[in-house]
Each structure stands twice: as C-alpha cells, then as structure tokens.
Design a binder for this molecule. Structure first.
Ligand code: ADP
Ligand code: MG
Length: 388
C-alpha cells in the first residue's frame, strides 16, 4: 500500500524559517490607561524577545510592546497555529495575566469586531483571525489537491469552568458536566454541545453566543470582570480519497483550544460577600493548581494523571502541558508600576512554561494503518467464531 504522509501541498511552507518550537511564550504589554502611571521600576520591552522590569530581565520567544496590534499577535501565534492544525497537530493558546491585563481583548477582541463590515476589524482578537484564515486555507487545500479528494469536517464547543464545575456556554441549562477519559486516555466532556461549522460566520456566531453567556461581575472601575475560565475548542477532521469512488486512504484529526482565564490577582470586586466566597476560593485553587503543575513540569518531571485530574482546568490542559499538543501562552501584563507584584508573577509563570517539554505528534491514520486495523478486525472475528 502507498504512503501518503508527505503528499499534501503546503501553501505556507515557503514563508517559514526556523522550525516552530512546541511550547511558545509571548509577552504582550498592554497600553496604559489615562489613570495609570509609568514609573520606577519601569516595565518595558528590552529587545525583540526580552522584557525588563527594573533591573531584572526576562526572555521569551517574543515580546510585544504597548504599540502592538492584534494583527501582530496573530502573525506570531495564529499563523503557525493554523498551519499546525491543518498538519494534524493538536494546538492550544492560553491567555494568562492579572485582571485587566488584556487576556480577553487579546483572545477574542470586542464581539462587534468579529462581525464583518461593523466597526474597524483591527480590534479583532486572535481567535476570529485564526478561523478566518483556517477556512481560507481549507478551501485552498481542497483546490490544490489535484485529482485527489480532501474532505474536512469541523465541530466546535464552548465551555466555562465556574466554581470548579463545567458549564456549557452553548446551552447554559447544562451545568456540572463531567470530564471522561476515552480508551486512549483522551478526555471528552459528556453531553457538551458540539456544533458543526463550515465558515467563518458559523464560528463567530458561536463565539458571540458563548461569550455573552459567560459569568461576569462588575468591578470598581465599572468594567466587567470575567468570573469563569472559558475554553473554546474546534476539532478538525480531514480525510483523503485517491478518487471520488475509492476508499478513504488517510485521515487526520486536530483539536485546537483557546483558554481565557478568569479574573486573577488583586480583587477589586465590589460584590463581595458570602455568595462569592466559594467562587473566590475555587478560582484561587484552580489557578494555584495550574501554577503548581507548571512548576513541576518546569523541573523536567512528568506529573501523573491524578495530578492533572485534581482540577477541571488542568485536566482539560493535560495534552497542552507536557503532552502531545503544541502550546502558546500569551502573558499579558500591565505597564503600571502599581501592578509590579502581579506582573513579576506573570513573567515568572511564563518563564517556567518555557521550559516545559511537549512532544507534539501528528494525529494521522494512513492507508497502512487502516490495512492493519482491517487485519486486526478480521483476526478478532475469526477468534470470535472459533470461540463460539
Ligand atoms: P482581562 O481579560 O485580562 O481581565 P481585558 O481584556 O478585559 O482584561 O482588558 C481590560 C481593558 O483593557 C478592556 O477595556 C480592554 O479593551 C482594554 N485593553 C486590553 N488590552 C488592550 C490593548 N492591547 N489595546 C487596547 N485596549 C486594550
Ligand atoms: Mg478577561
């Protein structure tokens, strides 16, 4: 049988230079607001890949200063992610940083900027940009496949983790959903809504719907503060046929996930009180568990499954942290000195993430694999007949 692994044309290949690392950390410094002061110690971009805070310097894969545009984040992380996704890798983006540092803005941008034709789309976040490109590239791959036939199927889900429980953002009546692990030790969420998408518009409708269902609370600066972690996931499956009438000759699957964390750091919430005590506790515990896991991974130790499963957030991140996926972390920081402590803590988190060793694999089944599986099924059937 034929090997089809390297037969696909890759429209982006010619632009790529160095191979993309499995784990990438990018720092983005948000612009200062009118009330914020820049001062001593100054937080600034020191070079293309380092940031200085006072006399300390930290290096990352890239640093974007406060003049950076949404498009710059997309070029650094989004473009390679689309390429990886179409090649069959799992890939995730985690938006990290204290409350008000730009996590949500960087990830999604304002919902109005997702709709084509409305307000300047320069504010579009990295996720809508990724899907814009994904569907363009899928069409291009189909056109470039000569006489072969490539089919794609994409399905999306959107969940939030609130009070340690998983809720369905596409069906808010569904709360406390359970994480299960399949035979291959890959998690899935029981009963979570999955919607098939075939276009950018399909995806943005889901994003807008999901984002509007997210738990938010008022903060003292009168903006909305996210009170849940949210995870948007798209599974892309593709399969290839030599001719329209032949059997499927190979298939690939890729899961891309986007994680936007809840409010963290000094809490300016005015809606304090009993009701929110549990919320704060759960939030603190999920974030400290994430930090703890990253600390362990950074020392080169692989935590056991139980450790990941101790909290929903780390369970969902198992493939991304020390697993078979590619991971990009955006460390969002504020330029204001009064956030010095939180900024330092975000930079340290980013440093530790950088030393995590992921081992990305292409999720592909080739014609040979399928022949093997067919053989196995035949053998099992024979055994079954003999056993009767
Ligand atoms: P977080 O999600 O980390 O709590 P947000 O993304 O909600 O923070 O950002 C807080 C505020 O700052 C929002 O009003 C957002 O629009 C604005 N903001 C954040 N980053 C930028 C940026 N790079 N450029 C312009 N405005 C930004
Ligand atoms: Mg937010």
């Amino acid at each position: 049988s034929k090997v089809l692994k390297s037969s696909r044309s890759d429209p982006i290949q010619e632009h790529s230079t160095a191979p993309d690392p499995p784990v990438k950390v990018v720092v983005r410094i948000r612009p200062k607001t009118v009330n914020e002061k820049l001062g001593d110690p100054t937080i600034r971009k020191a070079s293309e890949d380092s940031v200085s805070i006072g006399d300390r310097e930290f290096s990352f894969n890239s640093v974007l200063d406060s003049t950076s545009k949404q498009e710059d984040v997309f070029d650094l992380i989004g473009v390679p992610l689309v390429k990886d996704a179409l090649a069959g890798y799992n890939a995730s983006i985690l938006s990290y940083g204290q409350t008000g540092s730009g996590k949500t803005y960087t990830m999604w941008g304002p919902p109005s900027a997702m709709v084509e034709g409305q307000s300047p789309s320069t504010q579009q976040g990295i996720v809508p940009r990724i899907f814009k490109k994904l569907f363009i590239d899928i069409e291009r791959e189909k056109d470039n496949s000569d006489d072969k036939q490539i089919n794609y199927q994409c399905r999306c889900s959107f969940l939030e983790i609130y009070n340690g429980q998983i809720g369905d953002l596409l069906d808010p009546t569904q709360r406390n959903l359970k994480i299960k692990d399949d035979a291959k030790n890959v998690f899935y969420i029981e009963n979570l809504t999955e919607e098939y998408v075939t276009s950018y518009d399909d995806v943005t409708q889901i994003l807008i719907k999901g984002l509007s269902s997210r738990k938010v609370g008022a903060t003292s600066i009168n903006s909305k503060s996210s009170r849940s972690h949210i995870v948007f996931t798209c599974v892309i499956e593709s399969w290839c046929k030599e001719t329209p009438s032949s059997n499927i000759s190979s298939s690939k699957t890729s899961r891309i996930s986007f994680i936007d964390l809840a409010a963290m750091g000094r809490d300016k919430q005015i809606d304090a009180g009993r009701e929110f005590e549990r919320e704060r506790k759960e939030l603190k515990s999920s974030l400290s568990h994430l930090g703890h896991l990253v600390n362990i991974l950074a020392t080169g130790t692989q935590p056991d499954d139980l450790m990941y499963r101790d909290s929903c957030l780390t369970h969902l991140l198992q493939q991304s942290l020390g697993g078979n996926a590619k991971l990009s972390v955006i460390c969002n920081i504020s330029p204001d000195i009064k956030n010095y402590v939180e900024t330092l803590s975000t930079l340290r988190f980013g440093q530790r993430v950088r030393s995590i060793q992921n081992k990305p694999v292409i999720n592909e089944i080739t014609e040979e694999d399928m022949d093997d599986l067919t053989d196995q099924i035949r053998q099992l059937k024979e055994e079954l007949i003999r056993a009767k």
